[in-house]
Design a protein. Structure first.
Length: 491
């Protein structure tokens, strides 16, 4: 039996015009072999010789012992008992061949195409995204209709069960219907335990969502993501055609780019199907189940927060303003994908805020505070104006004294003016007028200076106060007969 190379050489040398004798001499082959391959137009076929191994007759026994967890030396000892006479190393090599063969079988995957409207799949991917020069961790959610490959993408800054539910619900609204089976992975947000025998314990919150929407969850085997099928490969496209090398100013810009990529992906020809996913979706859409009406409060947790006395709600170390009418009352807060905070009062939305990745310890200006402060300033100004007006009405030289008092006492001038007005309730008005005239002459601008000049006068009844606020009391007869004080037993 010659090699393929020798067969080729025989043909090649003959084509150059050499005789059979010359070919046999050159290749050191027999004339019979040369003639045989010159007459045949078919290349030589080689059959691999099958060698039987001494351990082949023990294969079933070895597999049984491997299933029981026996190690190589234990298997060797058991085989020696039943007649094996080979070496331990041969047993180890044979076991390695069996294990390798089982690994190859485990990697075998059959591709099953889903019927239209029957299945959708969900998964997420974690990524470090540069935002304004700083890396932040984001999560890309993907929901795909298995038949059409129509996809929906969303981005979140957190990865709670509520985030997973919200992504799937948004995808259902985007698709306009429900595929009753949803293939998922096994994270704790959806699956608590997935035993090897197929028994699954689901996350209660996720299971409630599936029940409300009529979904049948189907978790893939642990560490066997390929059994999920259509949701694995598309992350490669997102990663290589959008995420890698991308930098954005803020998350709003990224959300826009993610939506543009999603629309482009759904509108391009699928490499395997040779069809556009959107065109297949149009055929699938009518077979999707109707979306039930579900109250959002049954899906998403809305913890209570107490509004501070200055109108703020605390959440994750930051403070967000709400209407001042809610001060010291309880409200509900609902985080959305870690990017938005919605605040409710008795089920009614009272405030919404965009949460930026680096918002920590912020406290924005309350929109109502400026109005309240303005009203307070206006009220103080009116009160001050009333005091000045009253002072000018009482005293002829009031304006001169006020100017001097402002220079001497600054912002406290209005308090001095108010105190001097009170003197008219104790002293005659003309006496206070004279004291002010004297203070202006000597340049003494202080309420104590006026009081010192008035202290030599005899204090009168507060006529002004009595006139302005007269006190009227009914006459009460408090006289009693002395017999009420008589002690029992006395004569």
């Amino acid at each position: 039996m010659v090699s393929m190379y020798m067969w080729q050489q025989v043909k090649a040398l003959k084509s150059t015009g050499l005789s059979i004798k010359e070919i046999t001499r050159h290749l050191k082959l027999s004339r019979t072999t040369v003639r045989k391959y010159l007459r045949s137009n078919e290349a030589p076929r080689f059959k691999q010789r099958r060698t039987e191994k001494a351990l082949d007759k023990y294969e079933a026994t070895i597999r049984e012992m491997l299933g029981k967890g026996f190690i190589g030396t234990r298997i060797y000892e058991e085989l020696r008992v039943i007649g094996y006479s080979g070496s331990l190393s041969s047993v180890h090599r044979y076991i390695a061949c069996i294990v390798e063969g089982e690994k190859k079988k485990a990697k075998v995957t059959t591709r099953v195409e889903s019927e239209p409207g029957s299945q959708m799949q969900y998964d997420w991917k974690e990524w470090e995204l540069p935002v304004s020069g700083k890396d932040i961790k984001i999560y890309i959610h993907e929901v795909v209709l298995s038949y059409s490959r129509m996809k929906y993408y969303a981005c979140s800054l957190s990865i709670t069960t509520s985030d997973v539910i919200r992504a799937i619900e948004d995808a259902i609204l985007y698709f306009g219907g429900i595929a009753p089976e949803i293939v998922i992975d096994n994270p704790k947000q959806m699956v608590i335990v997935h035993e090897k025998n197929g028994i699954v314990r689901y996350n209660e919150e996720f299971l409630k969502f599936c029940g409300l929407y009529g979904l049948q969850p189907n978790p893939c085997k642990n560490y066997r993501a390929r059994t999920k099928g259509k949701a694995e490969r598309p992350f490669y496209y997102v990663q290589e055609h959008l995420l890698r090398g991308l930098e954005v100013k803020d998350l709003s810009e990224f959300d826009m780019k993610l939506r543009q990529m999603m629309d482009a992906y759904n509108g391009r020809e699928h490499s395997s199907l040779k069809e556009i996913p959107y065109d297949r979706y149009l055929r699938e859409k009518g077979l999707l189940k109707d979306i039930p009406k579900v109250e959002p409060t049954t899906l998403y947790a809305r913890p209570l927060r107490t509004v501070s006395n200055d109108g703020y709600v605390s959440f994750n170390g930051s403070f967000y303003p709400v209407p001042m009418a809610l001060c010291l009352n309880d409200v509900n807060v609902e985080p959305v994908f870690g990017k938005q905070l919605v605040i409710y009062d008795k089920g009614r939305v009272v405030a919404e805020f965009r949460i930026e990745p680096f918002d920590k310890g912020i406290k924005p200006t309350h929109p109502e505070h400026e109005g309240i402060n303005r009203k307070y300033r206006e009220k103080r100004q009116r009160q001050t104006s009333d005091v000045l007006k009253r002072f000018l009405e009482l005293f002829n030289n009031g304006s001169v004294y006020i100017e001097g008092l402002k220079k001497a006492e600054g912002p406290n001038a209005y308090w001095h003016i108010n105190e001097i007005i009170k003197f008219t309730g104790v002293y005659p008005k003309h006496a206070v007028q004279e004291a002010l005239d004297t203070c202006i002459e000597i340049g003494a601008y202080h309420k104590n200076s006026v009081k010192s000049l008035l202290s030599a006068l005899t204090i009168i009844e507060p006529v002004a106060e009595a006139v302005l606020h007269p006190i009227i009391c009914n006459t009460i007869d408090i006289t009693r007969d002395l017999s009420c004080y008589k002690v029992a037993g006395e004569l």
